[in-house]
Design a binder for this molecule. Structure first.
Ligand SMILES: [Zn+2]
Length: 163
């Protein structure tokens, strides 16, 4: 039985924050796909889709989901990881994008709109809004972000990786 987004089990799972982007919940990120409850046993199954393959945050997220559900009275929840369809930055909610911008992290552009144009041209400085930015490192403060610098205000900033 798939629960709705107002169900206490969904709300418990949705309260889990991304360990790398603590301003965002897994619901904001679009990582949380489904919460289901077994009609007979009451056991909860949570389905998530990782932001990208190899992101170490996913192990932490799985543990946090189990802990959040246990705290909500549902111990022994199962967390299922689904890789298809692949997560895309399009799944980040409007709330999530606003939180990213407020945290000084450049929200990724919608997937597919960059086409053959290098992603470097589409990353705007979250501090001053200038488009004149450069990638400093493929790895930012965490493995899931890359480090950029703005040529206009000279400030470095993290950019959440987009596919
Ligand atoms: Zn700037």
């Amino acid at each position: 039985m798939v629960t709705t987004r107002t169900d206490p089990t969904w709300r418990a799972a949705a309260s889990v924050v991304d360990p790398e982007l603590r301003v965002l919940t897994i619901e904001d990120l679009g990582v949380l796909r489904e919460v289901a409850t077994d009609r007979d046993s009451g056991r909860v199954t949570v389905t998530i889709t990782p932001t990208y393959t190899g992101c170490p945050a996913m192990d932490v997220i799985r543990d946090d989901i189990r802990a959040a559900l246990a705290a909500a009275g549902h111990p022994g929840a199962e967390v299922v990881t689904v890789y298809a369809p692949a997560w895309s930055t399009d799944w980040i909610s409007e709330t999530g994008r606003a939180k990213l911008a407020a945290a000084g992290i450049a929200p990724p552009g919608p997937a597919g709109t960059t086409g053959p144009v290098p992603l470097t041209l589409s990353v705007r400085c979250p501090l001053c809004g200038a488009a004149d930015t450069e990638q400093v490192s493929r790895f930012g403060s965490t493995a899931c972000k890359s480090l950029w610098r703005c040529r206009a205000c000279r400030e470095p900033f993290d950019h959440l990786r987009a596919f």
